[in-house]
Design a binder for this molecule. Structure first.
Ligand code: GAP
Length: 430
């Protein structure tokens, strides 16, 4: 097993904040605890990961339908799903300071007699709709994207003429009033999830569970997370969520130890059955193969998008000692997810070089994410691009004016190649 690296956390958080990946929310007012905004680079990285998630589903060998559901749903949804009654954490108060902790996360140095008895604390954020605040106006921000899928199961089935097995995928913000958020964007009160509910026949559900565990694990590896920092962890019976028959987590070795990246659960027909009973609507599936009607079983791969962004930053971070004695830091991100794929750097700010940079950007922009970077010395610009994970830099120098060639520098090897501008698109495609 790889040893957790505590220093890594601070280094990555610092670069993420100083280079435009993640900012403290409301920072000009001193910040809001455990709330974060995604900066220009973080926003692009997050979007790239979300796009790759969807692409992997669209092109998979099973049918997956996308859906985009409301953050605020009827309170009946949360009653039926069990969230209103059961989505709670036990919480204790530290009497001398009034500080609150999750009962299983009380710091060791606090005395037991200074703590209150544990009380259940519901993690859903409450708000009101409409101008009158009463019992009928109370609503909740969704704590998971999953329920938006279940309450639309029949809509998708009917409008898409869907046949089992098939999945529905929902991606977006979820909200949990976590008692102890922390570790940067690992656990926040507002975060993004990417969830799939995969509907199948009960007697095929074990095979589909294995299918999704493997498929999702491979996805994280392809995305660029290191193999030895990923593991599968089946849940013990006593830690299963209220809806789950079995669950296997995909865990990542964060700097403080193993933690969840995605949970893959067999939810049985818990949700469809609960919504069918509460709504009175028939949510059964008609199987024309044998004219039977039943509630499908559900396999749920539920991942965290914002948590994946953090894992990618941690996993791809590198520090290298150079022969000059300097250290260079880099995010060795895959070309597909790097916020900027090709940086174009003029050797000087002279108009004729900038003009060529703009021409090159026009050539590449339809295919790649590019940036023209003119500020500071060429060495410092290479370092900055390494630090933000840009796989390639193109340098335009005075010889370019004559030979119409530029230098391509590779982030990982630092090797440089002289290439004709005309063949650049082809060069990056090969
Ligand atoms: N529908 C099932 C469900 O929501 P979960 O394990 O509670 O399952 C799924 O959440 C994923 O959402 C987690 O594996 C994690 O990546 C992400 N997640 C959950 N709570 C989070 C939080 N407070 N901050 C960031 N990500 C979170």
């Amino acid at each position: 097993m790889e040893t957790p690296d505590k220093e890594l956390f601070e280094k990555v958080v610092k670069i993420a904040q100083t280079r435009g990946f993640v900012f403290n929310a409301s920072s000009i007012y001193g910040g809001l605890r455990s709330s974060y905004d995604y900066g220009p680079l973080g926003t692009i990285l997050k979007k790239n990961i979300a796009d790759i998630w969807w692409k992997s589903l669209k092109t998979s060998d099973v049918k997956i339908y996308p859906i985009d559901t409301s953050i605020i749903q009827s309170t009946e949804v949360w009653k039926a799903s069990g969230h209103l009654a059961e989505f709670t954490d036990p919480m204790v108060d530290h009497k001398p300071t009034g500080e609150r902790f999750r009962a299983d996360q009380v710091p060791d140095d606090l005395k037991k007699e200074d703590l209150t008895e544990p009380r259940q604390f519901n993690l859903m954020f409450e708000t009101n709709i409409g101008p009158v605040q009463d019992d009928n106006s109370q609503v909740f921000l969704r704590p998971e994207t999953a329920q938006g899928i279940f309450v639309n199961f029949e809509n998708v089935l009917r409008t898409m003429r869907a046949k089992l097995p098939f999945g529905i995928a929902n991606i977006g913000k979820s909200f949990r009033n976590e008692i102890t958020p922390g570790q940067f964007i690992f656990r926040t009160r507002e975060f993004e999830q990417m969830e799939i509910e995969f509907f199948c026949k009960e007697d095929e559900s074990d095979e589909w569970m294995e299918y999704w565990i493997q498929k999702r694990l491979d996805w994280y590896k392809d995305l660029g997370l290191k193999d030895n920092l990923l593991r599968l962890r089946p849940h013990e019976a006593d830690e299963l969520a209220h809806y789950a028959k079995s669950t296997t987590d995909i865990e990542y070795l964060y700097p403080w130890g193993w933690g969840e990246l995605e949970g893959i659960a067999n939810r049985g027909d818990y949700d469809l059955s609960a919504h069918q009973e509460k709504s009175g609507k028939d949510l059964t599936y008609f199987d024309s193969k044998d004219d039977s009607k039943y509630l499908p079983t559900v396999i749920e791969p539920a991942g965290g998008l914002t948590r994946t962004v953090f894992a990618i930053l941690l996993s791809t971070f590198q520090e290298e000692q150079l022969e000059s004695g300097d250290t260079r830091t880099l995010f060795q991100m895959n070309f597909e997810i790097a916020p900027i794929q090709i940086a174009i750097l003029p050797l000087s700010k002279k108009d004729e070089l900038i003009h060529i940079c703009k021409q090159i950007e026009e050539l590449l922009m339809p295919f790649y994410r590019t940036e023209i970077d003119v500020t500071q010395s060429i060495g410092k610009r290479y370092r900055r691009q390494d630090e933000i994970g840009t796989p390639n830099c193109i340098t335009v120098d005075f010889d370019t004016l004559d030979d119409k060639c530029i230098t391509v520098r590779n982030r990982d090897t630092m090797k440089q190649e002289r290439i004709k501008i005309d063949s650049l698109v082809q060069y990056f495609q090969s």
